[in-house]
Design a protein around this ligand. Structure first.
Ligand SMILES: [Ca+2]
Length: 354
């Protein structure tokens, strides 16, 4: 943590200081083998997996710390995995008796005819019939009045008494690893691939939080949101179509107004990090260049990505590592906020050895 000490102590600038303790443990598994071998060719494979568990065990008596800006949902709380996120969660249908949270209270849930929409902060969940009545006329979701009439019904799953701060996961991968393949044909050709994967972490999708929601100036420009807004506003649409649009809005696209709602997504991915083909030029040709050896490599980086993450890139992050040791610099990770996705890169390399 950065901390400003009394200047009489000799430090005019804030200093880095330890205020607590993190316990970390992990495992790493490596597997290497030759999958194929003949007189001229070999195929070698390498796989690796690493598990990391980090728990914040003490803040030295300090209250929980939150990372900066209201929409960054990272908190540091004693007993939590490092990088835990706290955000609002919608109430879901009861399907029987309400479940209990850790405080022993009923978790708010919805009756069969209710949607997770309420018309005021402390109001009850509205029924479909009430919403059909409200949507008997077109409504403009970009206005404050309509946004206030369609508020999300939130529930206290954790039993902490704060529906705006429910644990929704953490931003640090539980598991990460790589697969490497290498194919050699004679002494001339070499083909190599590197795949990387990570699992067990969330990405805070702020880019689409703005783009896919009712934000008046720097967002509202995804088709999914325009379809919702158009259905609610269109005089030719039916009340049923408007209520269906409101349901999609509240379950997926109600963002920003309750910071963190629908923001954390699974970031699990597997990515083709590098692929490369190398040709070692035969020595009888190399000698013409008066060199000892020569090769040509054609390679590509980040050419393929498999992920369920709906945003631009599960590896993008809003901040780089700051030099100040600020909370953002140290703990703002996995936050997709109008940053650049990873670029695809192709390269052609000539190597001459003298
Ligand atoms: Ca994790």
């Amino acid at each position: 943590m950065t901390r400003q000490f009394a200047t009489s102590g000799g430090f005019r600038q804030a200093q880095l200081t330890n205020i607590g303790q993190i316990d970390g443990s992990g495992y790493e598994f490596n597997l290497r083998g030759q999958a194929w071998r003949s007189a001229r060719s070999t195929v070698e494979l390498f796989a690796n997996a690493a598990y990391l568990k980090q728990t914040l065990t003490s803040l030295g008596g300090a209250p929980p710390l939150k990372v900066g800006y209201a929409r960054y949902r990272g908190f540091m709380r004693e007993g939590d995995p490092l990088g835990s996120l706290y955000a609002p969660r919608l109430a879901v249908p009861c399907n029987g008796a309400p479940k209990k949270n850790s405080a022993g209270a009923d978790i708010l849930c919805l009756g069969a005819d209710q949607l997770p929409i309420k018309a005021s902060l402390n109001g009850p969940a509205l029924t479909r019939a009430q919403l059909l009545q409200y949507f008997s006329v077109p409504r403009d979701i970009q206005t404050g009045a309509v946004q206030s009439a369609l508020q999300p019904v939130l529930a206290d799953y954790d039993g902490n008494g704060n529906v705006f701060e429910q644990n929704v996961g953490d931003v640090i991968p539980d598991w990460s690893g790589a697969f490497v393949g290498s194919f050699n044909l004679g002494t001339a050709w070499k083909f190599q691939t590197l795949m990387e994967w990570r699992t067990g972490f969330k990405v805070q999708n702020l880019t689409d939080g703005f783009r896919g929601s009712q934000h008046p100036s720097i967002g509202s420009n995804l088709k999914e949101f325009d379809e919702i807004a158009a259905a609610m506003e269109n005089p030719a649409s039916t009340p049923e179509q408007r209520v269906a649009a409101a349901e999609t809005y509240i379950k997926h696209n109600r963002r920003l107004l309750e910071p963190g709602l629908h923001q954390a997504e699974d970031g699990d991915f597997i990515r083709l990090r590098e692929i490369a083909l190398t040709y070692n030029i035969p020595s009888r040709l190399v000698s013409r260049f008066k060199s000892r050896n020569a090769s040509v490599t054609l390679s590509g980086r980040n050419l393929w990505l498999a992920t369920k993450y709906s945003g631009q890139d599960p590896e993008s992050n809003e901040n780089g590592r700051g030099s100040t040791g600020s909370l953002e610099g140290n703990f703002l990770v996995s936050t997709d906020g109008f940053g650049l996705p990873l670029q695809k890169r192709y390269s052609l390399i000539f190597n001459l050895g003298f």
